[in-house]
Each structure stands twice: as structure tokens, then as C-alpha cells.
Design a protein around this ligand. Structure first.
Ligand code: ZN
Length: 121
């Protein structure tokens, strides 16, 4: 992830379709993240006007390394169908062993904890 100091506000997402819609059809706030099926999609865009790039993380059971980043995908360049394909491949575990995989320690908050930061104020 580019942004070590960024704190993400993560919201659960009900389905791959809904997630793909958020990722490809909306410009989300830079502190915005989504969770689905044990995977996190964290907005890694450099600015609110930048391409919507997302770091894709997988939850692990090991407490000292709770997440690994498995990919970084610019969903802003995908249409809905392409984005949905990515989401489905990720949920199916096709990226779990990519060369990209490395442990990361994102700072995550629920929307209640998060309130408003300077990105979403
Ligand atoms: Zn915020």
C-alpha cells in the first residue's frame, strides 16, 4: 500500500456485484474500504481525483501478521463486468498466491469509530 498513515473506514459489503459496483462506478473517499468474504479492498488512490486504485488484502489467522496484501488493482480503469470478474477471482482465491503477497498492517476502523477524517469531512 502506498499510504502507511492512512486510516481506512471499512464497511461490509453484501455481494460481489455490489462491491464491483462501488469499485468501478463510484469515486469513493480515500479513507474508504470494503470487506467481503475475508478480503479487504482498501482505497489506495493518491487523491480524490486520482484513478480509483484499491489494495486487496486477505485476512489471516496469525495474530502477528493479520493481513497480507495480495494485489493492487486500479478499478477506476475497469468497467463493471471487468471489476466483477476481478472480485470473483479474488474471492475464489486465485490471487492468494500471487508474487505480490506480503504482510501489511493497515489501520482500520468501523464507520462508528471513524466518524469524519480530512478525506471524508
Ligand atoms: Zn474519512
Amino acid at each position: 500500500m502506498f499510504h502507511d498513515k492512512r486510516i481506512w473506514c471499512v464497511q461490509p459489503t453484501p455481494s460481489a456485484e455490489e462491491l464491483a459496483r462501488y469499485l468501478t462506478e463510484h469515486t469513493m473517499c480515500c479513507c474508504c474500504g470494503f470487506e467481503l468474504g475475508g478480503y479487504l479492498f482498501l482505497n489506495d488512490a493518491t487523491s480524490a481525483d486520482g484513478a480509483q486504485e484499491y489494495a486487496v488484502l486477505r485476512k489471516q489467522d496469525t495474530p502477528d501478521a493479520p493481513y497480507v496484501q495480495i494485489e493492487s488493482i486500479t478499478f477506476g480503469w475497469c468497467d463493471f463486468a471487468k471489476g466483477l470478474q476481478y472480485v470473483r477471482d479474488i474471492l475464489a482465491g486465485r490471487y492468494d498466491t500471487s508474487e505480490f503477497v506480503r504482510p501489511v498492517r493497515p489501520q482500520l476502523q468501523t464507520s462508528h469509530e471513524h466518524g469524519r477524517c480530512h478525506f471524508c469531512a
